[in-house]
Design a protein. Structure first.
Length: 400
């Protein structure tokens, strides 16, 4: 919004510092705004949740006796703290992002739809005793349906043109750059052409081009899987929030570099026009998650709930798809991947191996709690592993 105001002032002959239009400046300001807003509003927001008696439901003693014993003291801790995170991110979006960019509206829509879905799920758990929220199939159907809309916009020319027909939204475009001697050959790619390319870390050129139908289902898998993986990770104080900070910063770095045509050529990565807007929003996410960690660190004063985890995971998935960096998300977000896989393997093992379990308890962080690790040790060690994976993801920029 401020970019439009600055452009309007410049058209009137008013001198406005151009630094405020730079992606790097806006990324920093978005992170700072979200961080400070989350910390400042936190006490009032948590107090209101206590007044509304929005307490975290704990798995029963019949289901998991040891877990119920370990986490019993968290029963009255308020949840739905994701509202605070998403609100701070939304303010940063309105202030610092370009409202004429398709990426801005894609990310805003992701935040609203998945945040609303998570909010309903949290509400049902709190409103009705012993309720587990929305049925898994219904929740999954909504996630898949939304992911399909994103995939259609990126892959089908008719959808892209229909939503960008009035020229208010600028559809994503990319450019491939090939250096031959002292000459640079640049080829422009449409939204559909660049969206079908599959990139693998440590390899310069795209591995192959997806057939449209395969790309469609792949995008759905990445966005839906990322949303649910973060949701499964949100089980210990500060665990999901800390990992979200690291993963969002890694993807934001890729978004910033992909938006700079000279840096993209130097690093042999795809130039995606306007992808810096993704970097701005991911920096806002990092700032909001860090501010939330102020209150969510052990012992937590508030939990983000499905309102936060489903939407924040979805934002990571959508960002990775738009940047063509799905494998980078899997590497940097290796903790999320491990947590999701532990649940899948546990369910399959229980179902097909005569009720035998692989882990003492799933998701994975609970397995280590069952082994006697204190909660804080599990969280810190997962953070350390997450940081190592983030470093590996960033190193792929130079090792290709």
């Amino acid at each position: 919004m401020l970019i439009l105001i600055f452009e309007w002032l410049q058209s009137l002959g008013v001198k406005v510092p151009t630094a405020f239009t730079y992606f790097s400046t806006r990324m920093i300001l978005a992170a700072a705004s979200a961080l400070l807003l989350t910390i400042f509003l936190g006490p009032r927001f948590i107090k209101k949740l206590y007044e509304l008696k929005i307490g975290q439901p704990i798995r029963s003693m019949e289901e998991v006796p040891l877990l119920a014993e370990l986490h019993g003291k968290k029963k009255d801790t308020p949840t739905m703290g994701g509202i605070l995170i998403l609100f701070s991110m939304g303010i940063s979006l309105l202030l610092w992002m370009d409202l004429q960019s398709a990426f801005t509206w894609i990310l805003a829509l992701t935040t609203i739809v998945l945040g609303f879905l998570g909010g309903i799920d949290d509400y049902l758990k709190l409103r009705y005793k012993n309720s587990k929220g929305l049925r898994g199939k219904k929740k999954m159907a909504i996630q898949v349906g939304f992911s399909a809309l994103i995939a259609l916009y990126l892959l089908v020319p008719g959808f892209t043109q229909a939503l960008s027909g009035k020229k208010f939204f600028r559809p994503p475009v990319a450019k491939e750059q090939v250096v031959e001697g002292k000459k640079i050959q640049t080829t422009s790619l449409s939204t559909q052409s660049y969206a079908r390319q599959f990139y693998f870390p440590f390899v310069k050129d795209p591995i192959f081009d997806f057939p449209t139908i395969i790309a469609f289902f792949f995008f759905i898998f990445v966005i839906t899987g990322s949303s649910n993986a973060v949701n499964l990770t949100d089980g210990l104080d500060g665990l999901a929030a800390g990992c979200l900070v690291m993963v969002s910063l890694v993807l934001a770095l890729f978004a910033f570099l992909s938006n700079h045509i000279d840096l993209a050529r130097y690093l042999n990565i795809l130039y995606i026009e306007g992808s810096g807007e993704i970097g701005v929003y991911l920096f806002a996410m990092a700032g909001a998650a860090l501010g939330f960690l102020w209150y969510n660190g052990y012992p937590a004063q508030v939990f983000m709930g499905d309102t936060g985890s489903l939407s924040l995971g979805g934002i990571l998935g959508v960002s990775a798809v738009c940047l063509r960096r799905e494998v980078i998300l899997a590497i940097a977000g290796g903790i999320f991947v491990a947590e999701a896989l532990s649940v899948i393997l546990q369910v399959l093992s229980y179902k097909y191996r005569n009720k035998k379990r692989i882990f003492l308890c799933a998701p994975l962080h609970h397995h280590f709690e069952y082994k006697g690790w204190p909660e804080t040790k599990v969280v810190i060690r997962f953070w350390i592993i997450g940081l190592l994976l983030a470093i590996i993801a960033v190193a792929s920029l130079k090792l290709q």
